[in-house]
Design a protein around this ligand. Sequence first.
Ligand SMILES: Cc1cc2nc3c(=O)[nH]c(=O)nc-3n(C[C@H](O)[C@H](O)[C@H](O)COP(=O)(O)OP(=O)(O)OC[C@H]3O[C@@H](n4cnc5c(N)ncnc54)[C@H](O)[C@@H]3O)c2cc1C
Length: 445
Amino acid sequence: MWRQVQSPFACSTLGRTNSGNPTWHLTSNMREALRTRCCIAGGGPAGMMLGFLLARAGVDVLVLEKHKDFLRDFRGDTIHPSTLELIYELGILDEFLKRPHEELTTISARVGRQAVTLGDFTHLPTHCKFLALMPQWDFLTFVVEQAREHSSFHLMMEAEATDLIEENGAIVGLRAKTKEGEMDVRANLTVGADGRHSIIRQHAKLDVRDMGASMDVMWMRLSRREGDPAQTFGHAEPGKMFVLINRDSYWQAAFVIPKDTAAEVRQRGLASFQREIAEMEPFLRDRVQELRDWNQVSLLTVKVDRLTKWSRAGLICIGDAAHAMSPIGGVGINLAIQDAVAAANILSPKLLVGTPSSEDLQVVQKRRNFPTVATQWLQLAIQNRVIGRVLGGTAPLSLPWQLKLLQWFPYLRRFPARLVGVGFRPEHVVPLLAKRAPSEVRRTA
Ligand SMILES: Cc1cc2nc3c(=O)[nH]c(=O)nc-3n(C[C@H](O)[C@H](O)[C@H](O)COP(=O)(O)OP(=O)(O)OC[C@H]3O[C@@H](n4cnc5c(N)ncnc54)[C@H](O)[C@@H]3O)c2cc1C
């Protein structure tokens, strides 16, 4: 409940949905003005987790998400042991594990005709010795439900950040477009968590370093039937890679192609595309016809980049807005969440009493820079040395010596599992220090 809402606009009302969640109804074209401690643009893993953690610490926070729900194109389903550990630290792991998910204790793939195990999570020093696969909309819904336990958490769906408000060289809030009209949000801190096409970082004029990506992904659903393999897995053949994620009643399938070649694939025709999938995974031969037109196949363009500076006075970017991650290793969500945890740990004590300084914001980048750079370095190494060669090659694939070692000495599988499952310098949720402040999101004239 947004208790301290002051309503200078006679035409604006605060209501509640059937689910009991606060919602606004604006009945005029006037520009709404809100005030909060922290306004987050983007309700993906980074933004929602930061919103939850700040609200948990008692900081008044407003998350704006441009879509009306979380049901949209694929954005990654992997909840790694490091994230599960954070969920454990927050005391909500049991609740989380009640939600439908798949647990992977190993990562496996097929290279040509050979099945290989690439990593083994069962020895990790974490409570969950597995990777959980959960559709991202379920994960985000879970985080929002937890966040809503705190009265200082506010979420507006269908609210798209469009610009920043700058005064005396500092960012003091943002402008947003909602279904009801335009809105200004004034905040002690504005956060760009709006993903790899971030408009926040663009309007903040933060420098982006593009590291290049050699692939794109074509993404589709195919039904799952009795007798199909049980586990999620990947398969590489000369010139193509295919990943299948088990979503119980269907397979979420990713067809990996060399960068910017989607138009060529489409030009070859749907029948040829169906044939290529069936050649990769013959058990799908009886259902590739479910793909009746290209609208059922989404193109996800892959980007790897990062900001030189993640912040400026009054504003910080986190998650993909600060560093777009490749899907390699499926670590992007987890890195985004780790950023959120670091930002909450460092900034919530400052936000509880006022405005974080530029130096406070830089501490977040200093904390997260090494894990980001190291992870992107690994992703680029795999992209250029392995995936690039597979996608560019025509000769039959043979196992590289590194993968042969993993098959001969299973003990070694712990190392890739550690890199993927825990990563570099994992964050931890700090215990609550301060008494919660009451909600203070309010409307201003
Ligand atoms: C093809 C592909 C596959 C991937 N697979 C995986 C995987 O399996 N596992 C994994 O961990 N990572 C994966 N990644 C990476 C992962 O998707 C990202 O690293 C992760 O989603 C980053 O989280 P985020 O919250 O920073 O950004 P996002 O998840 O992009 O969330 C940003 C949110 O902001 C919203 N938004 C955007 N603009 C605005 C605006 N102006 N105003 C308000 N809201 C806005 C968006 O709607 C979105 O909800 C994949 C990436 C690609 C390209």
